[in-house]
Design a protein. Structure first.
Lengths: 68, 364
């Protein structure tokens, strides 16, 4: 629902100073993200509050799944 | 010679681990794609008491992934059939058939009879409901879920720093945030893997074996054969979403409608009608339906008319529909959203019968 709409399963994204800014920039670049629910992970740690970024981190967008 | 010899000779498991499995009571919610493989392995491993909760019947399109069942079982109830098939294989195990869907009215009572819950349900409403119930009753919850070629599995409410579903996703998605929560495709082997991982974690928790998959979520991508782990910490904010008492739990609304529309409250509906540019609030009940509601800010377009002719709503950006109970408006909003994907279409939750509707609130 998310991966198939992004240009690539993995891609580089311009540097943002923290996770809030990153989310904003992602929403701007890919407006459909605003209508989707997902959590962010920075270097395999779930983002639960604003997290500063250095620029080299691996970011993952994690949508919830409901299927069973 | 014992059925469990190959387990009891394991150094870290032994007779003690086997004894723990025998004494354990596990509830499997959903005897579907995740539930079938989980049930099979829990039973084969020797879990003494297994509850199987599912209100559904077996249909042919289930068979690619619901591996307990075969062609001859179509049309039969899932929970009962699963118990029957497993009982035949392992007559010494107790199977409790719960031939209904869990909801916030029956969940606490049902869950309280078990030590551990394995969530193999197939919708967000049930997933949040089970999460909250397990938090209230303090039961470990083994969660698994799939979407097309991807799966996730984790253990909630267990260990020294327990986390729960709301730490991952604080609130359930709105229906418009789930692009298609009706049936999506799934390669049958995917829930087979995820359900088996869930059973594995359940067995580890019960027997005290190894390191349980808690405080991290395991993601699996079938296409890339990739496993990806994400660490999760407890988050005090997540508690806000969990009902504070059993009574609050029973009165919480866990329904997430799977229309393409979004449900909103009367308060929001009236506020948006007044303050959002280009919005229309529509009573879609038929003209003879009581109670009547005539207000300047409400348009009357019966659903029978609106289904055929959308001319009167076409020029608005925000279309808010209500009916008597919220069901028809939700369905109609879904239809309108399909026709006008660029518009925002809402259904007023609970309709005119809702205590906060203008009919009820103005009388007071």
């Amino acid at each position: 629902m998310l991966a198939e709409k992004l240009p690539q399963p993995k891609f580089e994204f311009p540097y943002q100073k923290d996770s809030d800014e990153l989310l904003k920039a992602l929403n701007q670049e890919y407006p459909f993200l605003e209508d989707l629910k997902f959590s962010l992970a920075v270097d395999k740690q779930l983002v639960q509050e604003k997290t500063p970024l250095k620029g080299s981190e691996e970011i993952a967008l994690l949508p919830p799944f409901s299927g069973g | 010679m014992s059925r469990f010899e190959r387990q009891t000779i394991l150094p870290d498991f032994g007779h003690e681990g086997q004894q723990k499995l025998k004494a354990a009571r596990v509830l499997v919610v959903g005897a579907g794609g995740l539930g079938c493989p989980a049930l099979l392995h829990l039973a084969a491993a020797g879990v003494g008491t297994i509850g199987i909760a599912d209100g559904d019947n077996i249909s042919e399109s289930n068979l690619n992934r619901q591996t307990l069942f075969g062609q001859q079982h179509t049309g039969r109830p899932k929970a009962e059939t699963a118990a029957e098939l497993l009982k035949e294989k392992y007559p010494d195990i107790t199977f409790n058939v719960i031939p209904e869907f869990l909801n916030n009215k029956n969940a606490l009572e049902i869950l309280s009879g078990y030590d551990l819950v394995l969530d193999g349900s197939d919708n967000f409403g049930t997933r949040y409901m089970i999460n909250d119930a397990c938090m209230l009753l303090n039961k470990p919850l083994v969660m698994g879920a799939i979407y097309q070629y991807e799966g996730q599995v984790t253990v909630f409410n267990y260990g020294e720093t327990p986390v729960n579903y709301r730490d991952l996703y604080p609130d359930p998605p709105q229906s418009h945030e789930v692009p298609n929560c009706s049936e999506t495709g799934v390669l049958g082997v995917l829930p087979g893997l995820i359900g088996t991982l869930q059973a594995t974690e359940a067995i580890k928790i019960i027997s005290g074996l190894g390191k349980v998959l808690t405080n991290k979520v395991l993601f699996y991508n079938l296409k890339t054969s990739g496993f990806f782990e994400v660490a999760v910490s407890p988050n005090s904010d997540s508690e806000k979403g969990i009902p504070s008492s059993e009574d609050a739990f029973r009165s919480k609304d866990y329904n997430i409608t799977c229309g393409l529309s979004e449900n909103i409250s009367w308060e929001k509906a009236l506020d948006w009608k007044q303050n959002l540019k280009s919005s229309i609030l529509v009573d879609i009940r038929e003209p003879d339906e009581e109670p009547l509601l005539k207000r300047e800010d409400i348009d009357q377009i019966p659903i029978s008319v609106l289904a055929e002719d959308q001319e009167r709503v076409r020029s608005f950006e925000n279309i808010i529909l209500f009916c008597k109970s919220g069901q028809r408006s939700d369905r109609m909003a879904g239809e309108l959203k399909k026709q006008f994907p660029e518009k925002k279409v809402f259904s007023v939750e609970g309709g005119i019968l809702h205590p906060a509707s203008p009919v009820n609130s103005e009388e007071k």
